[in-house]
Design a protein around this ligand. Structure first.
Ligand code: ADP
Length: 520
């Protein structure tokens, strides 16, 4: 029992990754599934296709695996906020899942804001009243699927985010659970009491009978139904994707932060065991909840730990870790725009050499507010702006300005996090597709004034979930074991002097001002 099978159920594909006890990838499989766009601004997934693709990739990986090194546990990480409503009797979804990107409840959120509910919601949930989160999506399903509300009131239906949906199917309907990291993205979960909140349920008109039981992010919650995979395998972790990446980056102490450079950028900062309310429009969210056993002085033998974990006989208390979170809408997507919109590069990889062919941006700034600006500015009417060009400006300057724009947006968010938390952040751990770009990472270190650290394993989302499961079944004993496995590929030290950094950020903020309020 030396391996963990991590399920990474993402927005565009379902993946399964087998990790060994060193935290290295042994086998992987991946299947894409349909993105459904029924109307402008609507995004749906077929929940049955999500489940079928996930089951297939699990089977593919298990078929490749060495049977002598059996799987000790299954770990689950998932696209967050995506909302599924299903029949408890038949397990059939009542409708397609409403995906986190879906904007159909924008007006409903606007109406709730007009009624003055934002402050209560922020205080209780740490979130902003936005269609991004599950609560208004679930309310929409109950209002718009014929019969759904009365059936929900009779206790016939179940709601879940994708973690819940996968566990329900893995146990053939025996287990309806979620973890606090996923629950904290629904608008229905109280960050302080760590429970579903009656006042919020009343506000969104959600019957309590729909809700899953909230269980720790790390711990054996159920076993897979034996006929699915040939034997009953413990399901030992559930965690939302960005929180999983934070755990996979071994950000275990308050003040440790990671940034993922994907399509957008997602930064999470561990703020310790108390929620920190944001003054800068960042989100407060639950990182993970797990038993922390400071009381256990010596490591028990592995089989004993597995028995203890499986019996649920934890000797230690559950501890909840909170995070501040910020997202930048246009991260690597800015590079995609240079490739697909401007055609000045033919692959994302080429941007590094093109940008490096000039020594600086020659005072040119690209504000990639293509879909407005997110944290910490929040201007939905801001639009993309390219400013400071002269006759000498070339595509190389624009490429360099694009990379700088990613790093400058992240620097603003990093600064907001430091202000909100009162913590002087010592370094930033990075992952995601664009973190491969050395020039971008050096710019990032320069604009932050702290080192940027890229680990050897950048598969951090699946790895974080695997670590949480492995801790539950005794493959790893403590987060110290994991922190020693986390190893550095490259560390980028800041080279820019403080005065230069301040001047750079001040000029960038001037450019940001020019982009605001353009759309009407
Ligand atoms: P996601 O999970 O959001 O699909 P990934 O982590 O796979 O994103 O990263 C893909 C993004 O990274 C794309 O937006 C792409 O433009 C960008 N990207 C990939 N390689 C590079 C690179 N060498 N330099 C800059 N950006 C890159």
């Amino acid at each position: 029992m030396t391996h963990i099978l991590a399920l990474d159920q993402g927005t565009t594909s379902s993946r399964a990754i087998l990790f060994n006890a060193q935290g290295s990838t042994v086998h992987t499989a991946q299947l894409e599934f349909k993105q459904i766009f029924p109307q402008l601004g609507w995004v749906e997934h077929d929940p049955l296709e999500i489940w079928q693709t996930q089951l297939q990739v699990m089977k593919q990986v298990l078929a490749k695996a060495d049977p002598d090194k059996a799987v000790a546990a299954i770990a689950i990480t998932n696209q967050r906020e995506t909302t599924v409503l299903w029949d408890r009797q038949t397990g059939q979804p009542l409708a397609n899942a409403i995906v986190w990107q879906d904007r159909r409840t924008v007006e409903y959120c606007h109406a709730l804001r007009q009624q003055g509910h934002q402050a209560l919601i922020q205080e209780k949930t740490g979130l902003v009243l936005d269609s991004y989160f599950s609560g208004t999506k679930l309310a929409w399903l109950l209002e718009n699927i014929p019969g759904a509300r009365s059936r929900a009131e009779r206790g016939e239906l179940a709601f879940g985010t994708i973690d819940s949906w996968l566990v329900w199917n893995l146990t053939k309907g025996k287990t309806h659970v979620t973890d606090p990291s996923n629950a904290s993205r629904t608008l229905l979960f109280n960050l302080h009491t760590l429970a579903w909140d009656d006042e919020l349920l009343a506000l969104f008109n959600i019957p309590r009978s729909l809700l899953p039981k909230v269980v720790p992010s790390s711990g054996v919650v159920a076993h897979t139904e034996p006929t699915l995979l040939g034997r009953a395998i413990p399901i030992a972790s559930m965690i939302g994707d960005q929180q999983a990446a934070t755990f996979g980056q071994a950000c275990f102490e308050p003040g440790m932060a990671k940034n993922t450079y994907g399509t957008g950028c997602f930064m999470l900062l561990n703020t310790g065991h108390q929620p920190v309310a944001s003054q800068n429009q960042l989100l407060t969210t639950i990182g993970w909840q797990r038993p922390e056993s400071s009381a256990q002085p010596v490591a028990p033998t592995q089989p004993a730990r597995i028995a203890q974990a499986e019996s649920g006989n934890h000797t230690s208390a559950l501890v909840t870790t909170y995070c501040l979170e910020a997202s930048v809408f246009m991260g690597g997507a800015t590079v995609q725009w240079l490739r697909d919109g401007l055609n000045i590069i033919s692959s994302a990889y080429e941007i590094e050499a093109l940008a490096a062919s000039v020594p600086d941006v020659a005072d040119t700034y690209l504000v990639p507010a293509f879909t407005g600006l997110g944290a910490p500015i929040w201007d939905g009417n801001a639009r993309g702006t390219l400013i400071g060009m002269t006759r000498g400006t070339t595509k190389a300057h624009i490429a360099r300005a694009a990379l700088e724009a990613i790093a400058l947006q992240v620097a603003d968010v990093f600064d907001a996090m430091a202000k909100d938390s009162g913590i002087a952040l010592a370094e930033l751990r990075v992952d995601g597709g664009a973190a491969k770009n050395d020039l971008l990472m050096q710019m990032q270190a320069d604009f932050l004034g702290v080192p940027v650290v890229r680990p050897k394993i950048t598969e951090t989302t699946a790895l974080g979930a695997a670590y949480l499961a492995g801790l539950a079944v005794g493959l790893w004993f403590s987060t110290k074991d994991i922190a020693t496995q986390w190893s550095i590929d490259r560390r980028f030290e800041p080279h820019m002097a403080a005065a230069g950094r301040q001047a750079k950020l001040a000029r960038w903020h001037q450019a940001l001002e020019r982009s605001k309020g353009w759309a009407t």
